[in-house]
Design a protein around this ligand. Structure first.
Ligand code: UDP
Length: 402
């Protein structure tokens, strides 16, 4: 848990008016209930990022919230990464032996963890089969964070056998909903404006961070922050930058790191390094999982933030950048389309050329960049702050357990 665990009162100065009072009223109806979250990693990626802040805030609202993590070996995470790729639409080979091991690891986790709660929320496919071991009491919800708009059918059919045993499913966007015999809800993910990743930083702090990272600030910075994952299209970002570079003297920073449940990162990182070649204006930063302040500083120092994903469950990095007043150019996919207001807070694009065109357009219009950044911050304040998320989860708790 964060040692600077946030209290709900602190959000009065950032969230829209009335939000905190509303949360206090809502939480009165579910005080003392146990709300357990289970996922597959404590660090790296958006789900861990959210739970790390959301769980202590729920406790501050007198909900007994807890967070458990399943444990797996390399073979398990290779399988679940293949699942992840298949569910987001890339054809994969998944053998019977892989499926059996996946179920076995879940059985072992079920035996080890205390899976009790008035509401148990299981995040993503990795721990989905835990539902086989659900106790008689309590409601179970499967919370899916990935882009399920076009899954490989066989893999979804397999996972679905677990999903139908839940009381409800929660998706990040309506487009990800499936044909299921259980109720489905939509909850947008969120960012925490008071976390180390998003709190305001002084100029001095920003410069100190960039200095330590070896990122000069003498040229406009184009930035993409993401795990080294092919769906984030880091090589496409490099190709867009190369087109832009013919017209504008900019620097590209690709900042990322791994997640303990993502075994492909190292391979993708070396592909990215190879694509970057010897260009001194491309900086590829492999950051540790706790580099929150560094990412905050990079996002604040950037002129334009890019998230050129080809598939994206939500894309917290988009909201993070908008909160810092930056225009964002993102792949027209998944949650990115629901965050970027086209032509207002940034642009969604479908190709390397499209991204390059929009980057050039913005670099030539500094006033527009500024206005888009301001609009982006307000859009996040209204829709994608952790307080909004908390409201949705508390409503679910009220709805399912009353
Ligand atoms: N992130 C990070 N370090 C990295 C790469 C990403 O802390 O090296 C953070 C990023 O700031 C964001 C989250 O991890 O908060 C990624 O969430 P997103 O929804 O963008 O993508 P996911 O990794 O969940 O697919």
């Amino acid at each position: 848990m964060p040692n600077n665990a946030p209290t709900i009162e602190a959000y009065r100065r950032v969230a829209p008016r009335g939000t905190v009072d509303f949360l206090l009223r809502l939480s009165e109806r579910v005080r003392g209930r146990r709300f357990l979250h289970v996922n597959s990693t404590r660090s790296g990626g958006g789900v861990a990022e959210i739970l790390y802040r959301l769980v202590p805030l729920m406790n501050d609202l007198a909900i007994k919230a807890d967070w458990e993590v399943i444990e797996g070996d390399a073979e398990f995470f290779a399988t679940t990464k293949a699942f992840h790729n298949a569910l987001q639409g890339t054809e994969q080979v998944i053998t019977e032996a892989m499926l059996e091991h996946y179920l076995e690891v879940n059985r072992a986790s079920a035996a080890r963890l205390r899976l009790e709660g008035d509401l148990v929320m299981i995040h993503d496919p990795q721990p989905a089969p835990l539902v086989e071991a659900r106790p008689a009491e309590g409601k179970w919800v499967w919370r899916c964070h990935i882009d399920l708009s076009a899954p490989q059918r066989r893999v979804w059919a397999f996972l679905r056998q677990s999903v139908v045993k839940y009381d409800a499913a929660v998706f990040s966007l309506p487009a990800f909903a499936q044909r299921l015999p259980i109720p489905q809800f939509v909850v947008h993910p969120s960012i925490d404006p008071l976390s180390e990743k998003n709190r305001s930083l002084s100029r001095k702090e920003i410069h100190r961070c960039l200095d330590r990272l070896g990122v000069p600030t003498d040229k406009p910075i184009l930035l993409q922050v993401s795990r080294f994952d092919r769906f984030k299209d880091p090589v496409g970002v490099i190709n867009s930058y190369r087109v832009v570079k013919r017209y504008h003297d900019v620097r590209l920073v690709l900042a990322g790191g791994g997640a303990t449940d993502d075994p492909e990162g190292a391979r993708v990182l070396s592909e990215v390094r190879e694509a970057a070649g010897r260009d001194p204006d491309i900086l590829v930063l492999d950051l540790p999982p706790d580099a929150h302040r560094q990412i905050n500083a990079l996002q604040r120092a950037a002129s334009i933030v890019i998230q050129k994903s080809t598939r994206e469950g939500f894309g917290l990095t988009v909201a993070e950048a908008m909160w810092k007043g930056k225009p964002v150019i993102g792949g027209a996919t998944g949650g990115i389309t629901s965050q970027i207001l086209y032509g207002v807070t940034g642009y969604t694009v479908n190709s390397v050329e499209g991204a390059a065109y929009r980057i050039r357009y913005l670099l030539s219009n500094p006033g527009l960049m500024q206005r888009m950044g301001e609009a982006g911050r307000e859009h996040v304040r209204q829709n994608f702050l952790i307080t909004h998320h908390l409201r949705d989860y508390l409503s679910l708790l009220v709805h399912l357990t009353s």
